[in-house]
Ligand binder design. Structure first.
Ligand code: FAD
Length: 272
């Protein structure tokens, strides 16, 4: 049975949350708790204080500002799935997280700040050119998703900061999401792909679970924009990703599957 003696703080407003974060940078932040509770149960985390954001107002909005779509960090996967405004790539990713019980609690902010390279929404943010808005009592700052994850579970996030929202500019093009796991639900990804292509102008080929951080394949993207054959794009991306052998899969399997996902998607796109 889970036993935790930590004192729990439940801010109701963002201002209160930021003040508490500043006063208690050692406190464990909890949003939906679907990762944190596992760490508590396993004894990996032994916090004395928990900052519980679940009831914090202002983190669950989905709207528009300055031409961008703005997702509150506290939106759950279920919120995303129930919103007609959410980008299809994000809806596809949200639908693959755990199963319904997990989707009801799992937040976007938790997925991003848990920092696991196998987080299913992470390649989506790369494919959508998203920026993360981080806040502290010192102010707000924006960090591109492309530079947020710096190494395995290493993020550009200060101890007094919270992720408050995700900004997605108006993007166009064909897009595709694919998660490969052992089962259709409750499976940690072996390979995750989120792609977007505007013929001759822009390409995003973003992967998760094939390296220490979610990553884009810059050389393959460049080749795709330049109109290179699919074989060449696939060859380049198979070179760029850096998968490992682990309990879930082998590096070879991940490399081959990553190439196949992209090949099938590109071959299904209208030519031109
Ligand atoms: C049975 C099960 C199945 C799962 N299946 C999947 C799956 O298929 N795909 C997948 O991607 N994940 C899966 N997960 C992992 C988890 O559900 C997701 O990562 C989820 O999005 C985490 O969100 P949360 O709100 O529960 O995060 P929490 O557990 O509350 O927090 C996660 C981390 O983020 C930090 N954090 C949370 N919010 C903020 C914030 N606003 N600012 C700063 N830091 C913050 C916390 O301090 C913590 O370090 C699964 C978990 C379980 C238990």
């Amino acid at each position: 049975m889970l036993r935790c003696e930590a004192e729990v703080f439940r801010p109701r407003t963002l201002n209160d949350a930021l003040q508490m974060r500043a006063d208690m940078p050692d406190a464990t932040v909890l949003a939906g708790g679907t990762d944190v509770m596992v760490y508590l149960e396993a004894g990996v985390l032994k916090p004395t204080r928990i900052l519980d954001l679940w009831g914090c107002q202002g983190l669950r909005g989905l709207g528009f500002a300055d031409g961008s779509q703005v997702y509150g960090a506290g939106l759950t996967c279920t919120d995303v799935l129930q919103s007609v405004q959410a980008h299809p790539l994000l809806r596809d990713a949200a639908a693959t997280v755990g199963a319904v019980q997990i989707q009801n609690r799992a937040t976007l902010g938790g997925n991003i700040c848990n920092g696991s390279p196998a987080g299913d929404t992470l390649p989506v943010w790369l494919a959508l050119n998203a920026e993360f808005e981080l806040a502290s009592v010192r102010g707000f700052r924006r960090v591109p998703a492309a530079t947020f994850w710096r190494g395995y579970k290493q993020m550009d996030l200060q101890p007094d900061e919270l992720l408050v929202s995700i900004h997605v500019p108006a993007v166009t093009g064909n897009s595709h999401f694919r998660k490969v796991g052992t089962r259709m639900a409750q499976a940690i990804s072996k390979v995750i792909f989120a792609g977007r292509s505007v013929a001759g102008r822009e390409a995003r080929l973003a992967f998760g679970a094939v390296g220490p951080t979610p990553m884009r394949c810059a050389a393959a993207e460049e080749a795709l924009v330049a109109g290179a054959p699919v074989d060449e794009v696939v060859r380049l991306l198979e070179e760029e990703i850096v998968p490992i052998d682990d309990v879930r899969s082998t590096a070879l399997y991940r490399r081959k599957v990553a190439g196949r996902i992209v090949r099938r998607w590109l071959e299904s796109l209208p030519r031109g």
